[in-house]
Design a protein around this ligand. Structure first.
Ligand code: APR
Length: 170
């Protein structure tokens, strides 16, 4: 089941929340900052131990003070021109998080709009990729059945709803 939720991802009681991190994994602004503030200082220490994450990949930590089992830190592409591999790298973020969730027997996972803030990815293009990867995942066996797109503003939520409606009508 795919759900569009309008609100702060750090308030969700799910198995996993996904963080839109950077390659250093040492926190930042946006959703990264919110997650580190809510999870507490142990998260930064755990991220230091990991030592970084390439674009398009994911690294997992415990949830610490957040009401979640795990936090999946994924690094989205910075949008430049759209033909420097950005779509494939963004798709990889969703795919790798869902594959890891399958391996970790996760039931519910919440995604922010990866790369749609500081990394300047055009939201309508990013939402298409996000929905496509999640629908592809749900057609396969195993892995989380409850997927939440957690949006921080109504415009983003509307884009996800429109994309999901368009897929249903197909
Ligand atoms: N809950 C849910 N979504 C949020 C929250 C929150 N608390 N805070 C911000 N967002 C939304 C933004 O509105 C945007 O739609 O998350 C989306 C992703 O925006 P960013 O957090 O800016 O992430 P991104 O564009 O992937 O840039 C990553 O920003 O914060 C730094 O350290 C981070 O360098 C990395 C870069």
């Amino acid at each position: 089941m795919i759900e569009v939720h309008l609100g702060d991802i750090t308030r969700l009681h799910v198995d996993v929340i996904v963080n839109a991190a950077n390659q250093r994994l040492l926190g930042g602004g946006g959703v990264d900052g919110a997650i580190h503030r809510a999870a507490g200082p142990e998260l930064l220490e755990a991220c230091r131990q990991i030592g970084g994450c390439p674009v398009g990949e994911v690294r997992a930590t415990p949830g610490f003070r957040l009401p979640v089992k795990r936090i999946y830190h994924t690094v989205g592409p910075v949008w430049r021109s759209g033909n420097l591999g950005e779509p494939e790298l963004l798709a990889s973020c969703y795919r790798q998080c869902l594959n890891l969730a399958r391996r970790e027997n996760v039931h519910s996972i919440a995604f922010p709009a990866i790369s749609c803030g500081v990394y300047d990815y055009p939201p309508e293009l990013a939402v298409e990729i996000a929905v496509e990867q999640v629908q592809h995942h749900l057609e396969r066996e195993g892995g989380p059945r409850h997927i939440i797109f957690c949006c921080y503003d109504d415009a983003m939520a509307e884009l996800y709803r429109a994309q999901l409606d368009a897929c249903v009508r197909r």
